[in-house]
Design a protein around this ligand. Sequence first.
Ligand SMILES: Nc1nc2c(c(=O)[nH]1)N[C@H]1C(S)=C(S)[C@@H](COP(=O)(O)OP(=O)(O)OC[C@H]3O[C@@H](n4cnc5c(=O)[nH]c(N)nc54)[C@H](O)[C@@H]3O)O[C@H]1N2
Ligand SMILES: Nc1nc2c(c(=O)[nH]1)N[C@H]1C(S)=C(S)[C@@H](COP(=O)(O)OP(=O)(O)OC[C@H]3O[C@@H](n4cnc5c(=O)[nH]c(N)nc54)[C@H](O)[C@@H]3O)O[C@H]1N2
Ligand code: SF4
Ligand SMILES: [Mo]
Length: 710
Amino acid sequence: MPKAIHRRACHLCEAICGLLIETDGEQILSIKGDPEDPLSRGHICPKAVALQDIHEDPDRLRGPVRRIPGTNGAADSWQDIGWDEALDTTARRLVEIAQRDGVNAIGIYLGNPTVHNYGMMTHQKSLFRHFRTVNRFSATSVDQLPHHLVSLWLFGHKSLFPIPDIDRCDYFLMLGANPIASNGSIWTVPDVRRRIKDLKRRGAKLVVVDPRRTETAQLASEHLFITPGTDALFLLALLQTLFAEDLVDPGALSGFVTGLQDVASAITDFTPEFAAPHTGIDAATTRRIARELAAANAGICYGRMGVSTQVYGTLCQWLLQLLNIATGNLDKPGGSLFTLPAVDQVSSISPGGFGRHHSRVRQLPEFDRELPAAAMAEEITTPGEGQIRALFVGAGNPVLSTPNGRQLDAALAQLEFMVCLDPYLNETTRHADIILPPTSPLEHDHYDLAFHINAIRNTARHSEAVFEPPEGALHDWQIFTELGNRVAELLGQDSQPAVPPHEIIDMGLQMGPYSERQGDPRALSLARLRQHPSGIDLGPLQSQLPQRLQTADKTINCATPQPLADLQRLREQYSGDGDGQLRLIGRRHVRSNNSWMHNYRRLVKGKDRCTLLMHPLDMRSRKIRDGATVTLSSRAGAVSVTVEASEDMMPGVVSLPHGFGHNRTGIRMQTAVRHAGVSCNDVTDELLLDALSGNAAVNGVPVAVSAAHS
Ligand SMILES: Nc1nc2c(c(=O)[nH]1)N[C@H]1C(S)=C(S)[C@@H](COP(=O)(O)OP(=O)(O)OC[C@H]3O[C@@H](n4cnc5c(=O)[nH]c(N)nc54)[C@H](O)[C@@H]3O)O[C@H]1N2
Ligand SMILES: Nc1nc2c(c(=O)[nH]1)N[C@H]1C(S)=C(S)[C@@H](COP(=O)(O)OP(=O)(O)OC[C@H]3O[C@@H](n4cnc5c(=O)[nH]c(N)nc54)[C@H](O)[C@@H]3O)O[C@H]1N2
Ligand code: SF4
Ligand SMILES: [Mo]
């Protein structure tokens, strides 16, 4: 086979960089950035080469396997089985259990790569339409659930996210995000380092608020430490200052924004002086930031994981958007704007809903027909009607990614049947009865259904598969389709025709905002995208309000009852002094990605990254030496980990990355096991939630650290 260069979007993180993949037959020769991609402009990060490593990884499962339980204490073993047997058994077991115990006995958990793999998004309903269980979970509730809720309440749709227009702003206030490591989240912003440098070069200001002086904070114009979990107090103080100093000016939004005055009256007591002793940010600084934000021509307030996965996650996200609205920076070039993607999910998928049912054991609210992942273990282990007896996990590793993962680890062993759609035998899938591995990413085509919605520029791109799949291999969407058809047959229903995902995208493009049907000269269709494999530029973000709002009356009502009521929880928590306990936060590294990219030698080499960062002052008071092994413990659990002294930590705060903890029996990921680390989520607490949304608070966990005695 001749040499070829394939143009392809990287699906590994939200930045969706364009790649040039050079191949010689079945061999990958190089992976480079595609300078012609209108969004990423040639940028890539070190993870791009992992596409080759994933493809070639001998540990990646190439066909279905079945677990043979070990007898007399012996370890479980795995047997290769054919696709027919694997799919038939899975369908039969799911149907049997649903018919015997009711459909709620089936649990479903979908992990993060689901939204990076469009076939999983378009085809999951082929199977799940047969199992309309209340026990659905996903990584959303250990991540961005508060963003969805706030978008639903303020803008009328869970996927209408205001996107920071970094290239045109002159002021940027960023809380709890580290895009230099993460490459951006709910903010598709490839090449963010250059964009931050450009921002500073043109005289704009970036202020980062984070309990750690992160890689992003080090690049910023100003960095403020904040006590984990207290951001809502800081944001309220900013908003209160804007009201008190008559700096509120929604500008072009005025005609369709209501309720700001009600918010003003509700927050008068949340002054900068009230916040300061808790946040660690003095009142004068808070007032200055509020004035700077108000004075900016175009300013941005943005917050991510650190202000989402904490006990006031929803309040924080609501306040961030109220700040954007009160300063007139929503929907303004250089502020935060809504995108208009070529396949527009806002017009085609449900806006979402909240609290229409609750979890059985702890009465936690659903969002978008999903329950909080923190409730999964108890829904498996608590007997009674509606107890989960069978679990489907797709592209997820909840044992490492959800709070109190050890508890879930134990709970999974009690299931009657578990099936995983996953290419690896890992901490979660080791409990499965059957693992169904899909084709490698380079063996299927790609269109980014999820992340164009969050991108700083409207672009569209479709990538063809780089390699033909091996004989008999199935894509994720085909596995869903096959399972769905088998279940239909067992239920005596008709099967559904298998429309491949690219045809669904073609329809979406041809109905979308840049289609011929809409009279757009770009006349987008799949055929059109195929002529432009580096992508098509659809231009910078533009003002679209109020038309783009999905609220019934096309207004934004700022006086949202739920977060307003939640203010009382904040008042009560901060009426006295703090508990003096250390707080645990997370950490991301550019060479890692959640739990599943530690099996690639090129990405894990170098010094151990699974260390506990701690300020020297906190170490001294506990008589802990740099490099010592310490015990990190919480209500939920404890781990032994190496401590690393760091002046970049706020005193009183320690940081441990998540996604490690590979040293468990039965895992088939050789390299990851050699870089095992410990799981941060063995310490996070399934009871520590954003009470409003049910989102997990994996940041700001109260912990103790002590020298481990041998
Ligand atoms: N303490 C703490 N916990 C956290 C976080 C944190 O910051 N701190 N972050 C949270 C966040 S933001 C997230 S998104 C979650 C992630 O939580 P999860 O989604 O549960 O976990 P991942 O580590 O992303 O695991 C992905 C799984 O999908 C498989 N996979 C990869 N690609 C594919 C594919 O194309 N098809 C299929 N079928 N499988 C695939 C991998 O082998 C792996 O098993 O973790 C959360 N947990
Ligand atoms: N390299 C790499 N890239 C990734 C991922 C990865 O694992 N590795 N994961 C991807 C996923 S799934 C996601 S969701 C995104 C996440 O993208 P980001 O949110 O940008 O990434 P994080 O590193 O989690 O940043 C959270 C920041 O919040 C800070 N923080 C913790 N607690 C608090 C608090 O109480 N208040 C404030 N103000 N800050 C706090 C932390 O110190 C950290 O710097 O990254 C994506 N990209
Ligand atoms: S930044 Fe994200 S999308 Fe870009 S190359 Fe790295 S992993 Fe891929
Ligand atoms: Mo995430």
